[in-house]
Design a protein around this ligand. Structure first.
Ligand code: G4P
Length: 525
């Protein structure tokens, strides 16, 4: 196979959802189709139980297990599919944001009864920022849920994306009979089963009277009526706006019952993009280029505290990656060689000799990398920073053991490089503030500082509403703002100015008073 063909056949994507919508179940069914696993239930061990919020050690253990399932690669027909796993727990949402920078497309799972939920909205924002193509899978059609047209309206309104159904449900809940596949013109009839693939009948003409035989008179009439409405309201499916991130094809099904999943996968491999050109600070990098380049989007700490080694996950953006070849670590300007890079196929981690654009390779690391680092054949290129979002929770971090100040600082530095949380240094008093997405991360940081660095910390409360990055085209105005708001100013890890608003009111006042200052809620602007 040629280098170009290798690239063209790769589909690297993530499944995202609000917890409980069915991401794990869908992932598992896709892996079953890909032959990557053989029994249902194999992926469950990776799932972080929502009840275990206080038992976060267990969660970390599960995250340890999830190294193996961080990337799940499998062959499907002519395609090489790479699913990037995202943590199920909301407190690790930041990990998910970063994973989204390494995918070429996304499948969003929505619960038919619950519709669009908070986490989905947030994740979609990230997709929109990066113009990532998305496909929507509306799950749990075997249960009573919302009306499919209402669901489509909700997706359009809440996720700010146009939609185009490519399959359509025939009834719902107890009376759910199947879907009409508009992409391939098939009638897929529902047989509730966790293992058996459903019956699929080629059915080009919805007006064919045979439809009544399969689904009965009432549902046939309703389906014809719905089809007419769909054709009238939604434009013909066109891959271009989908690839541009402007329109999302929608599928209906039930992951648990393995219904509509194969249809989704078959369509997905056909329409989803192979690795696309990536914008770096210097230029656009094309996957077909000969020179290797990639960036680190995730660092996974070793669970064994005695070996402070990590796995750094690199997304290959161009060229071929080879084992035992020198590559340039751009930030350190030094050459690194990897004797045991790993890839993840069929849930097994194995040493690989080569990998192609779209693939993810795990590199054993002892602190060389931080998130966002570029690795190349020699060229000085920097992949654009991965976005950090304004955290939701803030606490001062204080040293609890004065003899271990050095260890504490080193530990904090490395954990932040790993992307565990964000750190801000207050300009007013020099104190360090840790910002997280959830309470769990504070516990994780405290535990890891103690067990990996021998340092002790304690937390002190700080009442903050939002941290936002500020910038302005008018340097005098910026200086004026920083002077006037001195008690609210901090810098992030990279030394950028951050405004710490302690209430929505303070933020709004600042926005009103300083019209020439831009306030950003994500670090990528
Ligand atoms: P998540 O990863 O998005 O958090 O969701 P997950 O797949 O774990 O699914 C959440 C719950 O929804 C699970 O039930 C799962 O069995 C159920 N589920 C997933 N897809 C469907 C579907 O198509 N129809 C129906 N009726 N249920 C579905 P649970 O009771 O929380 O877990 P479990 O005990 O079944 O493992």
């Amino acid at each position: 196979m040629t280098f170009q063909e290798e690239i063209k056949r790769r589909r690297t994507f993530a499944i995202i959802s609000h917890p409980d919508a069915g991401k794990t179940t869908l992932t598992e069914k896709l892996l079953l189709f890909g032959g990557a696993i053989h029994v249902a239930g194999a992926v469950k061990s990776n799932k972080i139980k929502k009840t275990a919020t206080s038992d976060w050690m267990e969660i970390e253990k599960q995250r340890g297990i999830s190294v193996a399932t961080s990337v799940m690669g499998f062959e499907y027909g002519d395609y090489k599919v790479n699913i990037l796993d995202t943590p199920g727990h909301q407190d690790f949402a930041e990990d998910t944001f970063r994973t989204l920078t390494a995918v070429d497309s996304v499948i969003i799972v929505i619960d038919a009864a619950k519709g669009v939920e908070a986490q989905t909205r947030k994740l979609m924002e990230v997709c929109r920022m990066r113009k990532t193509p998305v496909i929507v899978f509306i799950n749990k059609m075997d249960r009573e849920g919302k009306d499919p047209f209402d669901l489509l309206d909700e997706v359009e309104a809440e996720l700010s994306i146009k939609v185009r159904p490519l399959s359509w449900p025939i009834n719902i809940g107890q009376r759910f009979k199947g879907v009409y596949n508009l992409f391939e013109h098939h009638l897929d009839l529902y047989t509730p089963s966790k293992q058996i693939i459903t019956e699929s009948i080629a059915f080009d003409d919805i007006n064919n009277p045979e439809l009544e035989e399969y689904i009965g008179e009432t549902d046939a009439a309703k389906l014809r009526e719905d089809m007419e409405l769909i054709e009238g309201v939604y434009p013909e499916f066109d891959p271009e706006p989908y690839l541009a991130g402007d329109i999302a094809p929608v599928f209906f099904g039930s992951a648990l019952n393995n219904f509509g999943v194969k249809e989704l996968l078959d369509c997905f491999v056909k329409i989803a993009p192979s690795p696309r050109p990536v914008q770096t600070l210097e230029r656009v990098v094309n996957p077909e280029e000969e020179g290797f380049s990639g960036f680190i989007f995730k660092i996974h700490a070793n669970m064994d505290p005695n070996h402070r080694s990590c796995i750094a996950f690199v997304k290959i953006c161009s060229g071929k990656f080879e084992r035992n070849v020198n590559y340039k670590h751009v930030r350190h300007n030094k050459l690194l060689r990897f004797s045991s890079p790993t890839a993840f196929m069929a849930q097994k981690k194995e040493v690989v000799d080569e990998a192609f654009p779209g693939d993810i390779v795990g590199l054993p690391d002892t602190g060389n990398f931080k998130i966002g680092d570029s690795l190349t054949s020699g060229e000085e290129i920097h992949f654009k920073g991965l976005p950090s979002f304004s955290p939701e929770m803030f606490k001062y971090i204080e040293n609890a053991d004065p003899m271990k100040a050095k260890q504490l600082n080193k530990g904090i530095d490395q954990l932040m490089d790993e992307g565990v949380a964000q750190i801000f240094t207050h300009q007013n008093n020099g104190r360090k503030i840790i910002g997280t997405v959830g309470q769990l991360q504070f516990e994780v940081i405290q535990y890891r500082l103690l067990h990996e660095y021998g340092a002790q910390c304690h937390w002190e409360p700080i009442s903050l509403y939002k941290a936002c990055w500020i910038e302005s085209d008018d340097p005098a105005e910026l200086e004026n703002f920083k002077r006037r708001k001195f008690q609210y100013m901090a810098v992030d890890k990279e030394g950028r100015d951050v405004f710490l608003a302690d209430s929505g009111y303070i933020l709004q006042m600042a926005q009103n008073d300083f019209q020439n200052i831009r306030f950003h809620f994500s670090s990528e602007f």
